[in-house]
Design a protein around this ligand. Structure first.
Ligand SMILES: *[C@@H]1O[C@H](CO)[C@@H](O)[C@H](O)[C@H]1NC(C)=O
Ligand SMILES: *[C@@H]1O[C@H](CO)[C@@H](O)[C@H](O)[C@H]1NC(C)=O
Ligand SMILES: *[C@@H]1O[C@H](CO)[C@@H](O)[C@H](O)[C@H]1NC(C)=O
Ligand SMILES: *[C@@H]1O[C@H](CO)[C@@H](O)[C@H](O)[C@H]1NC(C)=O
Ligand SMILES: *[C@@H]1O[C@H](CO)[C@@H](O)[C@H](O)[C@H]1NC(C)=O
Ligand SMILES: *[C@@H]1O[C@H](CO)[C@@H](O)[C@H](O)[C@H]1NC(C)=O
Ligand SMILES: *[C@@H]1O[C@H](CO)[C@@H](O)[C@H](O)[C@H]1NC(C)=O
Length: 220
C-alpha cells in the first residue's frame, strides 16, 4: 500500500520543485514552508514584509557588493537580482545581474559575488533590500527578498561557503546594442566576470527581443 506521505510528496513535488531558496543573504522568511501565507508568485517579495528594528533578518553586506547564494530547483531558469535602497523598499531599481539577467542551467546551488552597479556607493549603515526573481519557461515569475545593511566591515562569503555546484552554470543574456563591438558593455562584462564564478560569457542575441521585453515588463 502506498503511504499517505508518499502520495502527499508526489502531489506537492511539481509545485515545490518550481520554487527556489535564497540562502544568502538570509531571506525575509522561508517561503518554501507550506504553513505560511507567503507565496513566491507574489510580487515583489512573496508577501513577506521587510525587516524592522525589532523583527526579521537583516544581513550586513559589503559596501561594494557581496555574495548571493541561491538553491535552484529547475533544469534552467532566468534569474534577475535587483537592489533597492531604504529600510522598506518598494522600488528595486538597480540590477546586479546587469546589464540584463542570466540564464541559469542546472538545479542546485549557485553562489556568486555581485559587484554593485557603477556609480552606486552606499554609505556605511545604509539599508537596502535584494530581490531575486526567477522566470521559468512559462514566463511566470517567482520572488524572494533579503534585507541588508551596507557595512564597511562586512565581507563576502568565503570560498568554502560560496560554492556553485558543478552542474550549475549561467550565461548573461545580452542587451542588443545593434552594434556588436560595443566596448562599454564588454569592458563591464570583463570586469564583473573577474569576480563571478562560472560566468559563461555567451552572447544570446537571438533572444534579445524577448529578453528585453522581460526586463521592461518585470522591473517595474
Ligand atoms: C531568517 O532567516 C532564516 C535563515 O535563512 C530563515 O530560516 C527565517 O525564516 C528567516 N526569517 C525570520 C523572520 O527569521
Ligand atoms: C494566513 O491567513 C489567514 C487568513 O487571513 C489567517 O487566519 C492565518 O492565521 C494566516 N496564517 C499564518 C501562518 O499566518
Ligand atoms: C512598508 O511598506 C509597505 C508598502 O508600502 C507598507 O504596507 C508597510 O506598512 C511599510 N512598513 C513599515 C514598517 O513602514
Ligand atoms: C532608485 O530609486 C531611489 C528611490 O526609490 C532613487 O533615490 C534613486 O535615484 C533611483 N535610482 C535609479 C538609478 O533609478
Ligand atoms: C536557457 O538555457 C536553457 C537550458 O540550457 C535552454 O534550453 C534555453 O533555450 C536557454 N534560453 C535562452 C533564452 O537562451
Ligand atoms: C560591523 O560594524 C557594525 C556597526 O558598527 C557592528 O554592529 C558589527 O558588529 C560589526 N561587525 C563585525 C563583523 O565586526
Ligand atoms: C558601432 O560603433 C562604432 C563606434 O561607436 C561605430 O563607428 C560603428 O559605425 C557602429 N557600427 C554599427 C553597425 O552601428
Amino acid at each position: 500500500m502506498v503511504s499517505a506521505t508518499l502520495l502527499f510528496a508526489a502531489a506537492v513535488a511539481p509545485l515545490a520543485s518550481a520554487h527556489f531558496g535564497l540562502e544568502y543573504p538570509a531571506w525575509r522568511a522561508d517561503t518554501l514552508q507550506s504553513d505560511t501565507n507567503y507565496s513566491q508568485w507574489q510580487y515583489p517579495c512573496a508577501g513577506v514584509p521587510a525587516a524592522t528594528s525589532t523583527s526579521g533578518n537583516r544581513t550586513d553586506w559589503p559596501l561594494k557588493g557581496g555574495s548571493i547564494k541561491l538553491d535552484l530547483h529547475h533544469p534552467w531558469e532566468y534569474v534577475f537580482v535587483n537592489l533597492g535602497l531604504g529600510g522598506n523598499v518598494t522600488n528595486f531599481n538597480y540590477t546586479l545581474t546587469g546589464p540584463t539577467f542570466w540564464n541559469v542551467t542546472g538545479a542546485g546551488t549557485l553562489c556568486v559575488d555581485l559587484p554593485l552597479p557603477e556609480g552606486l556607493n552606499p554609505s556605511d549603515g545604509q539599508e537596502g533590500s535584494i530581490q531575486v526573481v526567477t522566470v521559468g519557461e512559462s514566463g511566470s515569475a517567482l520572488y524572494n527578498c533579503a534585507d541588508i545593511t551596507f557595512r564597511a566591515n562586512a565581507t563576502a562569503l568565503s570560498k568554502d561557503e560560496c560554492k556553485t555546484d558543478e552542474k550549475v552554470s549561467f550565461a548573461q543574456i545580452k542587451e542588443q546594442s545593434g552594434n556588436s563591438t560595443d566596448d562599454g558593455a564588454s569592458a563591464d562584462d570583463a570586469k564583473s566576470g573577474a569576480s563571478i564564478v562560472g560566468l559563461n560569457n555567451v552572447a544570446l542575441t537571438a533572444v534579445v527581443g524577448m529578453a528585453l521585453s522581460f526586463v521592461t515588463g518585470m522591473v517595474l
